[in-house]
Ligand binder design. Structure first.
Ligand code: FAD
Ligand code: NAI
Length: 462
């Protein structure tokens, strides 16, 4: 039996980051992973492969729509789907191998197999039992199921199947206008599929700024995605090559059917902790089935911690990573901290959509007085030069103190731009602090500065 200071179960962004930080802090560390490769959902079947396909399909879109206007003539490229999947997989492989290298570099033992916790201080992998002074559960999440919808990962697929379809489908029906549905729906729309998104609510991407939701949906429609809103999917019927999607419109209960070659079910994800045996150890769950933790990420069982998608909070890789670093610091006797008020969210469509902090809805609900500074990318020279003038930056600041409370961006490079607002928020900056910071010209980031100026005496270029 080998013994460790820390055994991490799961090697996604939460688990592998926790393991690396534990090792860096001098703790003898192992990480259990049942998949063939390290990196979890994010590197294998999530963030990384989806971004590779988004990038490749965006290049095609640029060639088809914008090249001629810039004087780049010639036939648009055609799609070699097999090669696109090879490119996607090589991106995944180089990242998962990178984690393997980091494990070796930091002397972290990869315990290959599925782990469980037979008793406090012990982790079982296969027939072997290992001792651990501390256990970190980072077992992540999996797609939630939908009653009446049977996934076969060929015709009715989750995001995992959608990342490796045999061919580009002629008709794709996406159930759920959330992040996965819109990112992968965009990929296939750009590759030539007829994409119809069926959404239960009346707006896309629930919880997002309503103005952003409207503009975002309008832009996606322009790119060819069709939307059926306020529609509850009842069931799917699938053969080996086709499917039917039955849905009911909420406004009048009328029933409808859509034909599809492929159906993508993207209606949320749920935490994974079955088979760990933690219920027998008294580990409590939240009402929503996540592992409950205290402010130090410790579960109700002493010495057992949990982080990432398996606990409460946004299901995002960087949130899991931050918790991974923080829990390692706590275990090493230091101070671990995550500022849950400043976790950015990014949707990697074109244009990108990004947000951080409060929305107008949360501020109204809290009865806080706020002001809004908004600037359109139409007034940004760089954005106009690259056909990206649609969209805007919106900054929310406290009405009295001018302190930045949140930001919502739809437009070019939104996923990178949001971080200057994140840093400003971490330092408790005011909108004026951002507005008085010199921003290079011509950059997209000037739109952020102009939105900050709009919180005060007004923007210059609008
Ligand atoms: P996971 O990454 O889910 O890793 C958990 C690991 O634990 C898995 O490898 C699993 O095999 C392993 N495991 C589970 N049980 C056991 C066990 N008993 N023994 C051993 N190993 C076990 N987030 C972003 O921030 N940005 C994005 O662009 C983004 N894109 C996404 C795209 C898609 C299609 C999907 C599905 C998700 C995306 N996400 C994105 C979400 C992101 O992938 C997750 O938030 C993140 O992976 C959570 O990390 P984690 O470490 O908690 O768990
Ligand atoms: P989601 O929660 O973002 O969206 C699910 C959507 O499905 C919602 O709009 C919901 O109203 C709708 N829905 C639910 N039941 C329905 C029904 N019966 N009929 C029609 N619509 C229905 O979930 P999604 O897109 O599956 O993503 C899961 C998680 O993965 C998210 O929490 C997200 O954080 C993470 N993710 C993050 C990405 C990023 O950061 N760029 C990319 C992809 C995933």
């Amino acid at each position: 039996m080998s013994s460790y200071d820390v055994i991490v179960i799961g090697s996604g962004p939460g688990g592998y980051v926790a393991a690396i930080r534990c090792a860096q802090l001098g703790l003898k560390t192992a990480c259990v992973e049942g998949r063939e490769t390290l990196g979890g959902t994010c590197l294998n079947v999530g963030c990384i492969p989806s971004k590779a396909l988004l990038h490749a399909s965006h290049m095609l879109h640029e060639a088809e729509h914008n090249f001629a206007e810039m004087g780049l003539k010639g036939k648009s490229p055609s799609v070699d789907w097999k090669q696109m999947l090879t490119y996607k997989q090589s991106t995944v492989d180089s990242n998962t191998k990178g984690i393997e290298f980091l494990f070796k570099k930091n002397k972290i033992n990869w315990l290959k197999g599925w782990g469980s916790v037979p008793e406090a201080g012990k982790v079982k992998v296969g027939d072997e039992v290992h001792e651990a002074k501390n256990i970190i559960i980072a077992t992540g999440s999996e797609p939630s199921s939908l009653p009446g919808v049977e996934v076969d990962e060929k015709v009715v697929v989750t995001s995992t199947g959608a990342l490796e379809l045999g061919k580009v489908p002629k008709k794709l029906v996406v159930i759920g206008a959330g992040v996965i549905g819109l990112e992968l729906g965009s990929v296939y729309a750009r590759l030539g599929s007829e994409v119809t998104v069926v959404e239960f609510l009346d707006a896309v991407t629930p919880g997002m700024d309503p103005e952003v939701q409207k503009v975002f949906q309008r832009m996606l429609k322009k790119q060819g995605l069709e939307f059926i809103m306020g529609a509850a999917v009842q069931k799917t019927e699938a053969s080996k090559t086709k499917a039917k999607v039955h849905y009911k419109l909420r406004k009048d209960d009328s029933e409808h059917v859509l034909d599809a070659d492929v159906v993508l079910v993207a209606t949320g994800r749920k935490p994974v902790h079955d088979g760990l045996g933690i219920d027998a150890l008294g580990v409590e769950l939240t009402k929503r089935g996540q592992i409950a933790v205290d402010k130090n990420w410790q579960t109700s069982a002493k010495g057992i911690y949990a982080i990432g998608d398996v606990i409460e909070g946004p299901m995002l890789a960087h949130k899991a990573e931050d918790e991974g670093m923080a829990v390692a610091e706590v275990i090493a006797g230091k101070h671990g901290h995550v500022n849950y008020g400043v976790i950015p969210g990014v949707i990697y469509t074109h244009p990108e959509v990004a947000n951080v902090g409060e929305t107008e809805a949360t501020l109204k609900e809290a009865g806080r007085a706020y002001k809004v500074g908004k600037f359109s990318f139409m007034g940004n020279a760089r954005a106009k030069a690259v056909f990206a003038g649609d969209g805007f930056v919106k900054i929310l600041a406290d009405k009295e103190t001018d302190r930045i409370l949140g930001a919502h961006i739809i437009g070019p490079g939104a996923g990178d731009l949001i971080h200057e607002v994140c840093v400003a928020m971490e330092f408790g900056a005011s909108a004026q602090d951002l507005a008085m910071t010199c921003h290079a010209h011509p950059t997209y980031s000037e739109a952020v500065r102009e939105a900050a100026l709009a919180c005060g005496d007004g923007p210059i270029h609008m």
